[in-house]
Design a protein around this ligand. Structure first.
Ligand SMILES: Nc1ncnc2c1ncn2[C@@H]1O[C@H](COP(=O)(O)OP(=O)(O)OP(=O)(O)O)[C@@H](O)[C@H]1O
Ligand SMILES: CC(C)(CO)[C@@H](O)C(=O)NCCC(=O)O
Ligand SMILES: [K+]
Length: 246
């Protein structure tokens, strides 16, 4: 069995599969490496024979996680490294080492799926947008704050914006003017996020022409999944991981 890990800025997403196209055996999210290892130990680690990982965390943190995992599981941990080209896609950054590896994996997976121009939007801590033109040419992209950062900044930098997020947690479709602080902030941030994604989709036409595929992924992808033309692929980064570390 193969253990796959996507170490984002907020969470470590993991899953266990039998083969790249095989069924999902187990999956989860962990906020810390130690919790993750505990969960895996409960699961029965002897069955894990391979492990591959992508991380956007510091080299130090990633190295420590790799040591922890390889010691606990007794397997080598493959780690995605930056590349100028993989699977017919050319990295568009002036310095390809600088492009976030989660973005890179989502890009190669998306191009692998549609084999044509595509727009890739990953809604996590940050919202990243990447454009791939025909021939697999990555044109670059955009980085903006995700919805949790948007609301967090408001809470952090104002004195009287205070509410319990759980009470008013953003509900799709509920975008009537807020009648409480919580509703106002949650709905305001949701509209901001959705308008941003819609603008990126319409801007992309200038670069990619009228005919391109739109993929969304990441923890908050459900918030934009109903926008016209959008295809939601929750495991886009994992799909790319299997391509980069077969
Ligand atoms: N089970 C979950 N636990 C925590 N957050 C979740 C969960 N499911 C969805 N989310 C949402 O996902 C968002 C985080 O997304 P994601 O996990 O893609 O980010 P991340 O781990 O920070 O990765 P990245 O660094 O790539 O942004 C949070 O804003 C939260 O609203
Ligand atoms: C933008 C994030 C935080 C999204 O997870 C990640 O891809 C990252 O740390 N990227 C490095 C900066 C860049 O992609 O230009
Ligand atoms: K991500």
């Amino acid at each position: 069995m193969i253990l796959e890990l996507d170490c984002g800025n907020s969470l470590i997403k993991w899953r266990v599969i039998t083969t790249a196209d095989g069924p999902l055996v187990a999956s989860g999210v962990a906020s810390q490496a130690t919790n993750l290892v505990q969960e895996l130990l409960i699961l029965g680690v002897k069955k894990i024979t391979r492990c591959r990982l992508v991380s956007v965390r510091s080299d130090e943190e990633t190295g420590a996680l790799i040591d922890l995992l390889s010691n606990a599981l007794g397997v080598e941990v493959l780690r995605v490294c930056p590349a100028k080209e993989i699977a017919g896609v050319t990295n568009g950054y002036r310095d390809h080492n600088r492009l976030g590896l989660d973005r890179w994996l989502a890009i190669i997976a998306a191009y692998g799926m549609c084999q044509g121009p595509c727009l890739i939007i990953d809604l996590g801590t940050a919202v990243t947008v990447d454009l791939v033109a025909s021939g697999g040419i990555h044109l670059g992209g955009y980085i903006a704050p995700g919805i949790a950062l948007l609301r967090g900044q408001l809470l952090a930098h104002t004195r009287r914006i205070q509410y319990v997020p759980a009470e008013t947690f953003v509900t799709l479709g509920a975008i009537a003017p807020g009648k409480s602080t919580g509703e106002g902030v949650e709905r305001g941030c949701l509209i901001m996020l959705r308008s941003y994604v819609a603008s990126q989709i319409s801007l992309a036409e200038d670069q990619l022409g009228k005919d391109f595929t739109i993929y969304v992924t990441g923890g908050d992808s459900a918030l934009v999944a109903d926008l016209p033309g959008v295809i939601c692929v929750p495991d886009l980064v994992f799909r790319g991981l299997a391509i980069a570390c077969p």
